[in-house]
Design a protein around this ligand. Structure first.
Ligand SMILES: [Fe+2]
Length: 393
């Protein structure tokens, strides 16, 4: 078999393992002493961790100035924050938090050296002016196993409302300059957030694995992440959330999900999550988690009906076997088994239904009008999408 051509994005230097947050002063000091430290409102404060981080930075001779991101970042927030801080000549941005902090800090590091609005560079909704790539160095420290944004070149910004959107600022240079993945930071993440973020990471492994532009490299990374997600996601959300080994496995899965999506793209769950998250105040992880079983069912049904892309069905069956299926029962059985297992995960993890965020059947058409099938293994028609959504109302 001749291996097809593929390209790969840069992977940032990663410092992975329990306790490695202690290396932050050394890693950050390589870029300078004037630090913009961006955290969530509460996650780092637990157990005095924030005070220890600030003290360790100061002991190393660094000068941290802290700000908070407590919601999914909007373009207005990025513009206002950069306008207020631009004169301070920060040399490095450190983002410690969940996906909103990781992406928000990435956008701030990208816009601090520039005086224009970030909206100018936002895909589709802005003026589509390419970002120059000039930015402040950025060290990313995720505290949830979620978006994998610490590994990617894009920052998702949103505006929620009738004209809402979730769109990306992107440039190759926006890939963080260093990443610390310390599972100790994740042990205090509550079960419902662990579940939503973990299901986002799982979806970001499954969708690249099934993507038409997947490569042997992305398949290997996605598979390695899927193995860890399968093993650790449910225990992390139920009785073993304080177990470092469980949290490390899920953190690894999340990190690889960022690499997989950056190189192989995403499917219909994220195609739907983008407009749904723009129109309604539903967290990204919740919308992905609540839709992934239903979307997998829709994809498998459409692939069978149209008798196209047999490689995709074979891959779904392989994931079914990973979930405890039986290879001897054949491809169709293992595909059905995968859907069954994902539905069981959805129930076990208590993922909220779309209707609990105010979404009704009357909203389907405007959601579907803005939904992309890009990099989905099969092109789902509007009727397929309506049925997919209706199962999770
Ligand atoms: Fe995602």
């Amino acid at each position: 078999m001749v291996m097809a051509a593929f390209s790969s994005a840069r992977i940032p230097p990663v410092y992975f393992g329990a306790g490695r947050l202690a290396e932050l002063p050394r890693i950050a000091s390589a870029f300078g002493k004037e630090i913009l430290l961006i955290t969530g409102a509460t996650s780092l404060a637990a157990g005095g961790r924030l005070e220890r981080v600030l003290a360790s930075l100061r002991e190393a001779g660094l000068r941290p100035h802290r700000i908070i991101i407590d919601a999914e970042p909007s373009t207005a927030f990025i513009d206002e924050t950069c306008a207020a801080l631009r004169s301070r000549a920060f040399q490095v941005v450190i983002g410690i938090g969940g996906g909103s902090v990781i992406d928000g800090a990435k956008a701030i590091s990208a816009m601090l050296p520039h005086s224009n609005s970030v909206l100018d560079h936002l895909e589709d909704v802005g003026r589509n002016v390419p970002h120059s790539g000039k930015k402040i160095p950025y060290v990313a420290v995720p505290t949830t196993s979620g978006t994998g944004g610490e590994m990617t070149k894009n920052a998702v910004l949103s505006m929620v409302g009738p004209e809402g959107y979730k769109k990306s600022l992107r440039h190759d240079n926006l890939i963080p300059d260093a990443v610390i993945v310390d599972p100790e930071l994740m042990t205090t993440c509550p079960p419902h957030i662990t579940a939503a973020c973990g299901m986002d990471a799982f979806t970001q492994l499954l969708e690249p694995y099934l993507s038409p532009i997947a490569s042997p490299l992305t398949d290997a990374l996605a598979w390695s992440g899927l193995q860890q997600a399968r093993e650790n996601l449910v225990p992390a959300c139920t009785d073993r959330g304080a177990d470092i080994g469980i949290r490390a496995g899920l953190a690894y899965a999340s990190m690889l999900s960022g690499v997989a999506l950056a190189n192989a793209g995403l499917g219909i769950v994220h195609g739907l999550a983008s407009p749904i998250g723009g129109f309604f105040p539903i967290p990204h992880g919740v919308v992905c988690g609540t839709l992934v079983a239903s979307a997998t069912e829709a994809n498998i049904a459409a692939l069978r009906r149209r008798r196209e892309n047999p490689a995709a069905l074979a891959k779904y069956a392989k994931v079914g076997v990973l979930f405890g299926g039986a290879p001897e029962n054949g491809e169709a059985w293992n595909c059905d088994y995968l859907v069954e297992r994902l539905q069981a995960w959805t129930d076990t993890l208590g993922l909220a239904r779309l209707s609990s965020y105010g979404i009704g059947a009357g909203d389907f058409d405007r959601i579907i009008a803005k939904t992309s099938n890009r990099h989905n293994p099969v092109n789902l028609e509007p009727d397929d999408l309506r049925a997919l959504l209706a199962r999770r109302l």
